[in-house]
Design a binder for this molecule. Structure first.
Ligand SMILES: [Mg+2]
Length: 299
């Protein structure tokens, strides 16, 4: 078996670098071939994954959600799809958490060596692939607008203060949404799509249809309401996304959303498409390493 470890050297304060000798040794001990590649610039991991996908049995990525999204885009563009594993090292690690993977390298390697991956759905928004989330509206720009410096200095508090500031901004996104069950027309302040129950380090346990191999994505839409804007958004998160009459909940394999050009979509934590989009779920497209617990919960 041939393995390629792709990593982002600046992710997670660059600490992952120190673990590489240990990782190399674990592969050597088992007579397994491992190549290691540190990314050199933005989108480098996407290109590298695309070019090398056919040369390896496994692509392993270490980084935050952004690096993981890049590698997934590279693999999905390739005709040959190697198996996929995550070793989290960034500040935003929703993707890894969903798969039950933590920063314990020894434990993750054990799962990789067991070579028992599960088939997972991959989502697509226009021509870009995503792993676990797409969203638009209030609070959804924070993950990429916030400066790295601020995030390093203040951590989670930085998210909260930026969030509080964004709540006073005006969002009213006129949308027509075609889904498997019909068409919805309304004005929204927040649209949040999740393939599991986690985003921004929060667990939204109210997302009911969170299976990662069912070919479906769950979308929550909070309608614009001048009077109760802040209360509705906060209430949604405080209640961990529990369904209620104040917002719309859709489960579908495909969404065709027509909206205005100023709507910006957050895709796996990064700035993505603008305006009208088609969101598709590609059922069981990738073999991924996950913990037993995550498999039980999401598959
Ligand atoms: Mg699903």
């Amino acid at each position: 078996m041939r393995y390629l470890l792709l990593y982002n050297p600046v992710s997670g304060k660059g600490k992952f670098h120190k673990k590489i000798d240990f990782i190399k040794k674990q592969f050597e001990n088992r007579n397994l071939h491992l190549d290691v590649y540190p990314s050199k610039k933005a989108n480098d991991l996407n290109e590298k994954a695309y070019l090398e996908a056919g040369n390896y049995d496994y692509l392993i990525v270490s980084g935050g959600d952004g690096s993981i999204n890049e590698v997934i885009n590279g693999i999905m563009r390739s005709e040959y799809r190697p198996k996929f594993a995550i070793m989290p090292s960034g500040t935003a690690n929703d993707s890894a958490a969903i798969l039950g993977i933590n920063k314990n390298v020894r434990r993750t390697l054990k799962l990789i060596f067991q070579d028992n991956p599960v088939k997972i759905d991959i989502n697509k928004i226009n021509d870009k692939y995503f792993f676990y989330t797409t969203a638009a509206g209030v609070l959804t720009k924070i993950s990429y607008d916030i400066s790295r410096r601020k995030l390093k200095k203040y951590g989670y508090i930085a998210y909260l203060t930026e969030g509080a500031k964004d709540l006073i901004n005006k969002y009213n996104m006129k949308m027509t949404i075609k889904h498997d069950g019909g068409t919805l027309v309304n004005e929204y302040i927040l649209v949040l799509g999740l393939s599991a129950k986690r985003v921004g380090g929060m667990y939204l346990t109210g997302f009911t249809n969170a299976k990662m191999n069912d070919g479906l994505l769950e979308l929550r839409l909070i309608p614009y309401n001048k009077k109760f804007k802040t209360a509705r958004v906060l209430g949604f998160f405080i209640n961990r996304g529990r369904k209620n009459k104040n917002h719309d909940a859709l489960v579908s394999s495909r969404f065709e959303i027509s909206t205005t050009n100023n709507v910006v979509w957050n895709v796996d934590g990064e700035r993505g498409a603008k305006g009208s989009v088609v969101i598709k779920v590609l059922k069981e497209e990738l073999d991924v390493i996950a913990s037993k617990r995550a498999i039980k919960q999401y598959f």
